[in-house]
Design a protein around this ligand. Structure first.
Ligand SMILES: [Zn+2]
Length: 74
């Protein structure tokens, strides 16, 4: 079982249910038990899918592209 939750920085992350801490890409160590769990998911493919969807909601698609592909705002 995998848990899906958010870091304080807003990123969605997932980890195995039994893991005590998870390091987010922002550098923060998350205590899994203290996070508000968004979802419990059976397998890792679904967990990573879920995280990707949550990321898209938070940042929009620009988050997944490179800076040079983001149109300049004038
Ligand atoms: Zn973070």
């Amino acid at each position: 079982m995998y848990l899906v939750y958010r870091c304080d920085c807003g990123r969605a992350v997932y980890s195995k249910e039994k893991v005590a801490t998870k390091k987010c890409v922002c550098g923060k160590n998350l205590k899994v038990k203290e996070r508000r769990v968004i979802s419990k998911i059976e397998n890792i493919e679904q967990a990573s899918d879920m995280v990707r969807k949550l990321q898209e909601e938070e940042y929009g698609k620009a988050f997944f592209t490179t800076a040079d592909k983001i149109p300049n705002k004038r």
